[in-house]
Design a protein around this ligand. Structure first.
Ligand SMILES: CCCCC/C=C\C/C=C\CCC/C=C/C(=O)SCCNC(=O)CCNC(=O)[C@H](O)C(C)(C)COP(=O)(O)OP(=O)(O)OC[C@H]1O[C@@H](n2cnc3c(N)ncnc32)[C@H](O)[C@@H]1OP(=O)(O)O
Length: 308
């Protein structure tokens, strides 16, 4: 599946100008898709659900709601990441879809971040494949031409925070039990350069440096103070606020908004695309270190003890 997605990337890069805005998402809404693909899409419209992702597309508004549904904590394993990238791609090429609201079907949790069991006790090939899937999820989401809004209805540490940061707008439920942030250092690991880049883009260099070094997790109101989220709303208003903000963003002409988004995001996207293989090699050599494996195992044990 990953291979298919990669081939798709290459195809995009070859699209004639006017059909696409950037090589990171499928931006073919105006005339590149075959009639066979269109038929396939229309039969898949409205609602599609996979093991860990459900998607509902409202054809009237052009807005899809994509829900993560991997209880207990929506940890991002290989299957979820792959399903996510495929579903987003489907929406990207669907002419009827202009915006995506990303949220969770699991109560109190947006996403617990990367599934730590994918990074422990496996072999180097597995780690490489897993990291490629993490990169692919990010390239698709951050590079999407659609309006993307994170409706954060629960805790969102590490990779969960990355997903939210990759959207155009973040709304979080006002519940002080929920936390959000890039807490990697608390696990004894380092967030890669592109996690660092994106949080720096959103909250600025000083706040990002402090936040990353200390592995900080913020309450919704503190997250708002540093600009990590755009709005804090009552728990039962998260979805309706996301729909209202989406409607507002969709009043802008797609073409102008998409080119602007692409201009803003291209440097960070290019950086990962250019260094993609080196980033995988780095990840594998880092994660296979004995000291790192030990840190992750200890963290998992701590989580399990806490849950008992
Ligand atoms: C020198 C050069 C350096 C180069 C660097 C190169 C590359 C970079 C290298 C590495 C980068 C890695 C980047 C990593 C990103 C990540 O996302 S790591 C994941 C971080 N996530 C967390 O820290 C969250 C941990 N979880 C929690 O805090 C809580 O579970 C919670 C989400 C707040 C929910 O709390 P609660 O509702 O109380 O649920 P429980 O804690 O009881 O958990 C329920 C079960 O779920 C298991 N679990 C929780 N999180 C994860 C997870 N992320 N992965 C796998 N499993 C998870 C938990 O153990 C419980 O399981 P049991 O029921 O006990 O079996």
């Amino acid at each position: 599946m990953i291979a298919t997605l990669l081939i798709q990337h290459e195809k995009l890069e070859q699209l004639p100008s006017g059909g696409t805005l950037s090589p990171y998402g499928v931006h073919q809404k105006h005339g590149q898709i075959t009639s066979q693909a269109l038929q396939l899409l229309s039969s898949q419209r409205r609602q599609f659900s996979n093991t860990y992702i459900s998607v509902k597309l409202d054809e009237t508004s052009g807005v899809a709601v994509m829900k993560l549904k991997r209880p207990p904590v929506n940890s991002l394993n290989m299957e979820l990441l792959t399903e996510f990238a495929i579903n987003l791609e489907k929406l990207e090429i669907d002419r009827g879809c202009r915006g995506v609201i990303l949220t969770s079907a699991v109560p109190r949790i947006f996403s617990a971040g990367l599934d730590i069991t994918e990074m422990c006790g496996k072999n180097a090939d597995h780690y490489g494949e897993f990291w490629r899937a993490v990169q692919e999820m990010w390239l698709k989401l951050y590079g999407s031409s659609m309006v993307t809004i994170a409706a954060i209805n629960g805790s969102s540490p590490a990779g969960g925070c990355l997903m939210a940061l990759s959207c155009d707008y973040r709304i979080i439920a006002n519940n002080k039990k929920y936390t959000i942030g890039l807490n990697e250092t608390q696990l004894g690991i380092v967030a890669p350069f592109w996690f660092k880049d994106i949080i720096t883009e959103v909250i600025g260099h000083r706040a990002a440096e402090r936040s990353l070094q200390l592995g900080m997790l913020y309450s919704p109101t503190d997250a708002l103070k540093i600009g990590l989220v755009d709005e804090v709303v009552a728990e039962d208003k998260v979805q309706s606020t996301a729909s209202a903000v989406m409607a507002q963003w969709l009043t802008l002409p797609d073409h102008a908004r998409q080119i602007t988004k692409s201009m803003m995001r291209k440097p960070s996207l290019d950086r990962l695309v250019t260094h993609r293989e080196a980033d995988i090699t780095n990840f594998v050599s880092y994660i296979t270190r004995d000291s790192i494996q030990k840190s992750l195992q200890m963290y998992m044990e701590m989580l399990k003890k806490k849950g008992r």
